[in-house]
Design a protein around this ligand. Structure first.
Ligand code: GYE
Length: 342
């Protein structure tokens, strides 16, 4: 790694607008400082590999599993990387600890998939002071100073919500009253905030739509099912369930069927979902999920591209949104599912 560090220093010096211009750009410390720091110098034991510390949210959903796999398959020794992977088990404190450990280990890049948007200022300032670039992936962060992260790649979650609402407006057109149950993701995560805002705007704009229940299922199947079971007990007329991810949709459908009702295109209750994972699309093809908005988890190659740009002394775009689509149970085919990588 030392050779690459030296290369970085040269690049930084040669290209005035290079790494230094990129917020959080790595300013490698000289070798004696590395040694005197006494940290476990992972970067020195990696035979020229680029060391990436990745703090992952957890393993709450199929989306997350596909995302982890994408990162692990990209950041391999064969590709020139050493990946230090940390699963935060849906706890921000664990992510903060992981980032501090990455700083101690003097990784070359920190990649953070943040659980919630807030509470990152202090630890990211520590990373910045250590000269380690921080790449945010998937959800966004809300920090007072944008230079606390180098760049971000992920989805436009509000747009995803708007896409679902546009479909609902067409599919439910002419219905005088629509009783909506809203199963939210992890409260405070960008995926929850954007998808919830989309629905709430739709409810305000459509006078017949009524939000009869709104609760978090924390993006998991088990919690989605548990929450839906109790909502079903309290509400006899439910027309639509807006599930902020596939796994909560699976749980909600199980609860609906256990209560003697049916879900989907020929059922009592319309199901909206997000992610369009393989299992989610299989349920869409089966007709149990009416409409599934894609959220692409294959961020490994995207993050690698950003790292390669930084390695070359370039300044990547600060924010990069992924193109996404949506699937309707009325038109989806097996070929659509087979053509997908997750
Ligand atoms: O929709 C959900 C996961 O942040 C986009 O997190 C991600 C969301 C995804 O748990 O399934």
């Amino acid at each position: 790694m030392r050779f690459k560090k030296v290369l970085c220093v040269l690049l930084t010096a040669a290209v005035m607008t290079g790494l230094a211009a990129c917020s959080g750009g790595r300013q490698p410390s000289p070798a004696p400082a590395d040694n005197s720091a006494g940290a476990s110098a992972a970067a020195d034991n990696t035979d020229g590999l680029i060391v990436v510390g990745f703090s992952q949210v957890g393993a709450e959903s199929d989306w997350r599993t596909a995302n982890t796999k994408s990162m692990q398959e990209t950041f391999t020794a064969d590709n020139g990387y050493k990946l230090i992977f940390d699963d935060a088990q849906q706890k921000q404190d664990n992510q903060i600890t992981a980032i501090r450990n990455f700083i101690q280990q003097e990784v070359d890049y920190i990649v953070l998939a943040p659980i919630g948007e807030t509470g990152w200022d202090t630890v990211l300032k520590e990373a910045k002071d250590a000269g380690i670039p921080v790449i945010i992936v998937d959800r966004m962060i809300d920090v007072s100073d944008d230079s606390l992260f180098t760049c971000w790649v992920g989805s436009d979650f509000r747009k995803e919500g708007d896409i679902a609402v546009a479909w609902m407006e067409t599919a439910l057109a002419g219905k005088e009253k629509v009783n909506i149950v809203h199963l939210q993701g992890t409260i405070g995560s960008s995926a929850q905030i954007g998808r919830s805002e989309g629905l709430e705007a739709g409810v305000s704009a459509n006078s017949g739509w009524e939000l009869i229940a709104q609760q978090t299922g924390e993006f998991t199947q088990a919690k989605g099912q548990e929450v839906m079971e109790s909502i079903l007990k309290q509400n006899s007329q439910i027309d639509l369930v807006y599930c902020e991810n596939d796994n909560m949709a699976f749980g909600a459908i199980d609860a609906i069927e256990a209560a003697g009702k049916t879900a989907g295109i020929n059922g009592d209750i319309v199901i909206i979902s997000f992610d369009a994972t393989h299992a989610g699309l299989a349920m869409t093809l089966e007709g149990k999920i009416n409409y599934n908005v894609e959220c692409n988890p294959l961020h490994g190659p995207r993050v690698e591209k950003l790292i390669q740009q930084l390695q070359a002394g370039q300044t990547p775009e600060k924010l990069a949104y992924v193109e996404e689509t949506a699937f309707d149970a009325a038109t989806i085919t097996q070929a659509d599912i087979d053509a997908r990588a997750y």
